[in-house]
Write a protein that binds this ligand. Structure first.
Ligand code: UDP
Length: 464
């Protein structure tokens, strides 16, 4: 029975045979969703390469959807010949590896050429099953959206799409040294926006951007705030202060230091350089702090290959602060929680950020945030309550904000408490329930929401 099924899944056997009897869902929700993540695998370590918040998002969302009886199969490109065709990530969540292009060394920019092969792999998985195996396609990022629109049309099921980042928004907020996103992506995104039955935006602001930049249909855009894993990211049970001391000793960090932390992929868009310049300025004004400051930068180079960490190391050297900056490779999330707990403040000076999971994770651990007032960060951080929002990217402003944390421990403690409360409003269970509602709306749009008799219409055409 179930064991054999799971076994078959893990070993990648195809599941052919008589259709499984699935009782209809009285709530009009899908039973099984094909989730598409072409360019990055949910099994990869986030914080480097092409793996970041979207990977975390997909893993956490899929697990919580499975917990409310919506099975998820995640399709991603195989990046090694050694990978099994499918892997069970959690009960009800399967990752399917699709062969498309060379296993290793395929840059994100070269992926469009492999989309046909990827689409073939996805539709093949469907062909191996009975019709109606998937009730809905949920694609992430525009490359997946392209595959999604073909798969959804072929299967006659709705397409729900999440942009995660948008070329037009990125291009309007470029950092120095950033290359603009190509016109092909802009065009591709516009096509996906038109094809999707529902678009999920992280924040109201992203929803507005979809309308303003991509002319999306208002009725098809839904806002679902991402969540944070509140079991993993939580303050130490002994309280924030005791927790900070314990985390610092586990990480070998000094107890009495000011620790402004940067976490994320090292790329111009995240502006770690602004933090380093701010620290240099702070030390010019207060040279005595040099003995009492550590600036950890946790994360690896970004997949787009724009800024290698060496660039940031060189900047630290040029600014004369190499002795206070600690570069650390990406770490698993349990360990990352300790970095958050150890920090005095998380600094996120990003030029553009669709949401900024890192900001909420830090707050969930009791660490306030200094963030740029851009994108989703004003939702992730409550200005003056759980952190500080800084307009623009002038290092002097970030230096000033850092002074506030160095000078006023009582205020830091207040912000820390409020940060935990604020972060608790972003649970994944809530995000999954809201996503399930979007699925229901998308199914209803296709006239599939009330399958009381379990019947279905297959092969509906494309959207008007
Ligand atoms: N992350 C991680 N280990 C690291 C650095 C980052 O697991 O060493 C994770 C982090 O927990 C967060 C994600 O990577 O969930 C980054 O998401 P965010 O939305 O902040 O940025 P994105 O990468 O999507 O731009």
């Amino acid at each position: 029975g179930l064991e054999a099924l799971q076994d078959a899944r893990i070993h990648g056997s195809t599941l052919v045979g008589p259709p499984r009897m699935r009782p209809p869902d009285a709530h009009g929700r899908p039973r099984r969703v094909a989730m598409l993540s072409v360019h990055t695998s949910p099994l990869h370590q986030p914080g480097t390469g092409d793996a970041g918040g979207m990977n975390v998002y997909i893993v956490e969302l899929a697990k919580r959807l499975a917990a409310i009886d919506i099975e998820v199969e995640i399709f991603t490109r195989a990046t090694s010949a050694a990978l099994p065709p499918s892997v069970e990530l959690a009960p009800g969540v399967l990752v399917r590896h699709v062969a498309a292009g060379p296993y290793e060394g395929l840059a994100k920019e070269d992926l469009p050429a492999q989309l046909c092969a990827f689409t073939h792999g996805v539709t093949q998985a469907w062909a191996d099953h009975r019709p109606g195996h998937y009730d809905l396609v949920h694609s992430h990022y525009w490359l997946s959206g392209h595959v999604g629109r073909l798969a959804a049309q072929r299967w006659g099921v709705p397409l729900v799409h999440a942009m995660h980042t948008m070329a037009k928004v990125k291009n309007a907020n470029l950092a120095d040294g950033d290359t603009p996103e190509p016109a092909a992506r802009v065009l591709g995104e516009s096509q996906v926006v038109r094809a999707a039955d529902r678009l999920i935006a992280n924040t109201e602001k992203e929803a507005d951007e979809l309308l303003r930049y991509y002319d999306a249909d208002t009725g098809r855009v839904a806002v679902v705030h991402p969540g944070v894993n509140l079991e993993r990211f939580r303050p130490d049970a002994r309280g924030a202060e005791a927790g900070r001391a314990a985390a610092r000793s586990r990480l070998g960090l000094p107890q009495d230091a000011l620790i402004p932390l940067f976490v994320g992929r090292i790329q111009p868009l995240k502006a770690p350089d602004v933090l380093l310049c701010a620290v240099a300025r702070l030390l010019e004004e207060r040279p005595w702090l040099r003995e009492r400051i550590v600036v950890p930068v946790v994360g690896g180079p970004s997949g787009s290959g724009l800024a290698r960490p060496e660039g940031l190391q060189k900047l630290a050297a040029r600014l004369g602060i190499s002795d206070v900056v600690l570069f650390r490779p990406p770490v698993g999330q349990e360990r990352l929680a300790d970095w958050y707990r150890a920090a005095s403040v998380l600094v996120m000076p990003s030029h553009s950020e669709s949401f900024g999971l890192v900001a909420v994770e830090a707050q969930a651990c009791g660490t306030p945030v200094i963030a740029a007032d851009v994108g989703g960060l004003p939702v992730a951080v409550r200005d003056g309550v759980s952190g500080v929002l800084v307009p623009g990217h002038d290092p002097a402003d970030y230096a000033r904000a850092l002074c506030g944390f160095a000078d006023d421990p009582a205020r830091s403690a207040r912000l820390s408490e409020a940060a935990v409360r604020h972060a608790r409003s972003f649970g994944w269970a809530t995000a999954a329930a809201a996503t399930a509602d979007v699925y229901t709306a998308a199914l209803l749009r296709r006239g599939r929401g009330s399958r009381v008799d379990g019947s279905r219409t297959v092969g509906q055409g494309p959207l008007p």
